[in-house]
Design a protein around this ligand. Structure first.
Ligand code: F6R
Length: 615
């Protein structure tokens, strides 16, 4: 949450900061702000605005005021944690002298104690944020004679919590100081410019020479030069990041919004993710996994740990692992897993699933799992993300950057990668016969075409969704592989359309929730053919008997299902364990259409941020 950008060594500093903020807005859009040093005046110039989607434009409106030859600058786009989204709480925050400015992503957990100390020594704080204490702490260190870099190192020794920060000081106008603990931050340079950013996409416009910082490392970034220290001031070498894609992949490419672009990129995301990993004969190869066949044979239990849509992918993976590989598997929400003292041992393989590789709940769950002796594999879409660097092995999806806040192509790529992993495990452990492996491999390899055929029906999905755009209450039902799809469909509708949408295993309705069903209720059911289809349709009858309208995700040409419901979202048939990859697509379209019909911003739904770096 919150996006950070910083640049030094260019006369276009403000333009670079604003362009970076536009790319980082997915991380939070409650407010935005920039600061640049004015070397001639020996001061800082700051602009801030809290106008949700309009904040960056308000900063642009002030570009005629910026210093003629700016020095280093930092910018921030905020997802509010401490203090409401107002101009005063917008970053960058400055100290009492107006000479130190800082931007921050994360939470300073002991900020109340620090603030009390600062208040007692006469500092004047002007915001309700936890961040501002850092500006005053740095101010004290600089007053005591420290350089900006040393001041940041000293002040971070006193700080508890997760953070990424970038700071400038009017007295060292070419210098950017950047540091991180848990929250992400990268640094980069060309021969003449230095850059700091929360993610690769925002830095790529400036350079491809990028470096990752580890926890508690502090970078001093000057035009054309980066030097990194640990908190004790010992020099360390940062890790180079290899980036396989260009900044254009993080642009809309002619679509009205990122979400529709990313929905249409799904066949490619799945194709790229499967590429070179599965052969049509059932052979598998996952290079980065870093676990030998022998180690995979020794696994007695798998635990998938994740949040939100990634957790839903884990619920599907668990079924594929049990059925194909015959290994006990569970899926758990990361924020719960971490605190319940899970029993793990060296026979347990924990797979954390996080498209960003940064979600703090999942990251802490991963660290807890390692502390308890489990091997950990991270499934992520971001090469060199914090999780991929800390895990014993990685499973990379290859979906490219996902900018829309609601996950679409990354979720599908996760499903494809997890099923590939399940097949790999089944093969290595000898759990399936050769023809069974080949059958599943064929089904996985046919998914990109099935997705293309599904997307060809986008107009039909939109037409069905428009009929239900005014409805305020939805129920999503499914059984077995249909249940995680129901959860995902309901989540998409909630987060994008802001309507209530509850998901249940279809067989669970009669144990309570059915009392909510009355005429006017709308039930969306996953009713593609499976061994449980008859039972699902029995549950549909129970809903219709109480007056509900039913929309079914059904197989193409399945007239029997179509005849039993009010509307169908037709998809090509694929084997049951692969069906979530296809079945979730009409539900993404459904949520997209209802959200747009209600005038909502599908790329930036209210109260959300793409990357959740607070607990
Ligand atoms: C929903 C959505 C979120 C994320 C969740 C985990 O559309 O995108 O529920 O899935 O915040 O994010 P990652 O996968 O980055 O850990």
């Amino acid at each position: 949450m919150c996006g950070i950008i910083g640049v030094t060594g260019t006369p276009d500093a403000c333009e670079v900061l604003l362009a970076g903020l536009e790319l980082l807005e997915y991380r939070g859009y409650d407010s935005a702000g920039i600061v640049v040093a004015d070397p001639e005046a020996g001061t800082l110039w700051r602009a801030r605005a809290a106008e949700r989607a309009g904040s960056i434009q308000r900063l642009r409106d002030r570009l005629d005021e910026v210093p003629a030859t700016p020095g280093a600058g930092v910018g921030h786009t905020r997802w509010a944690t401490h203090g409401p989204p107002t101009d005063a709480n917008a970053h960058p925050h400055i100290d009492c002298t107006g000479r130190v400015a800082i931007v921050h992503n994360g939470i300073i957990e002991n900020y109340r104690d620090l603030a009390a100390r600062l208040d007692a020594t006469g500092h004047k704080r002007t915001s309700a944020t936890d961040t501002e204490v850092l500006a005053h702490l740095i101010e004290d260190e600089v007053e005591a004679g420290a350089s900006l870099g040393e001041a940041v190192r000293r002040c971070l020794r006193a700080v508890r919590g997760d953070f990424a920060i970038a700071a400038v000081h009017a007295a060292e106008p070419d210098l950017l100081v950047a540091a991180r603990r848990t929250s992400p931050l990268i640094v980069g340079k060309t021969e003449t410019v230095g850059v700091v950013a929360s993610d690769v996409a925002a830095a790529l416009a400036t350079t491809r020479e990028l470096y990752a910082l580890d926890d508690d490392q502090v970078a001093e970034v000057r035009p054309g030069a980066i030097v990194v220290y640990d908190l004790d001031g010992v020099r360390v070498e940062p890790t180079r990041i290899e980036v396989a894609w260009g900044v254009r992949r993080a642009m809309k490419g002619g679509y009205p919004d990122f979400m529709s672009k990313e929905i249409h990129e799904q066949p490619q995301a799945v194709r790229d993710t499967l590429l070179g990993r599965i052969g049509s004969d059932g052979s598998t190869e996952i290079e980065e996994l870093a676990l030998s066949d022998e180690e995979l044979r020794a696994v007695r239990r798998l635990v998938f740990v994740a949040c939100g849509s990634s957790y839903h992918a884990g619920l599907v993976a668990r079924q594929a692992i049990e059925r194909w590989a015959g290994v006990a598997a569970e899926a758990e929400v990361a924020s719960e897993f971490r605190y319940r003292q899970p029993v793990l041992d060296d026979g347990t393989l924990v797979v954390v699933i996080s498209q960003s590789g940064e979600t703090v709940d999942t990251l802490h769950a991963m660290r807890e799992a390692r502390r308890r002796g489990a091997r950990v594999v991270a499934l992520t879409n971001v090469v060199d993300s914090v999780m991929s660097r800390e895990a014993d092995g990685v499973l990379y999806t290859r979906a490219g950057p996902e900018i829309g806040v609601a996950s679409t192509k990354c979720h599908l790529a996760q499903l494809a990668m997890l099923e590939t992993f399940a097949l790999h495990l089944a093969r290595v452990r000898g759990a399936l016969a050769g023809d069974e492996l080949a059958g599943i491999a064929g089904a996985l390899l046919s998914l990109p075409d099935a997705l293309q055929a599904t997307l060809a029906r986008a107009d039909e999905f939109a037409a069905v969704a428009e009929r239900f755009a005014e409805v305020e209450d939805f129920y999503f039902l499914g059984r077995r592989t249909g249940f995680p799809v129901a959860l995902e469909g309901a989540l998409k509708l909630k987060e994008l359309a802001y309507v209530r949408a509850e998901a249940y295993p279809a067989g669970e309705m009669k144990h309570g929730p059915i009392s909510l069903i009355e005429p006017g209720a709308v039930v969306v059911v996953i009713a593609t053919r499976s061994s449980l289809w008859e039972k699902v349709m029995g549950n549909v009858e129970e809903m219709r008997a109480r007056g509900a309208s039913v929309v079914a995700v059904a197989d193409e040409g399945d007239d029997e299902t179509a005849g039993l419901v009010d509307a169908v979202l037709e998809v090509p048939s694929v084997i049951e364990l692969c069906s979530p990859v296809v079945n979730v697509v009409p539900l993404q379209s459904f949520a997209y259409t209802v959200a747009r019909a209600r005038g909502n911003d599908v790329d930036r739904p209210r109260n959300l941020a793409k990357v959740v770096t607070v607990e």
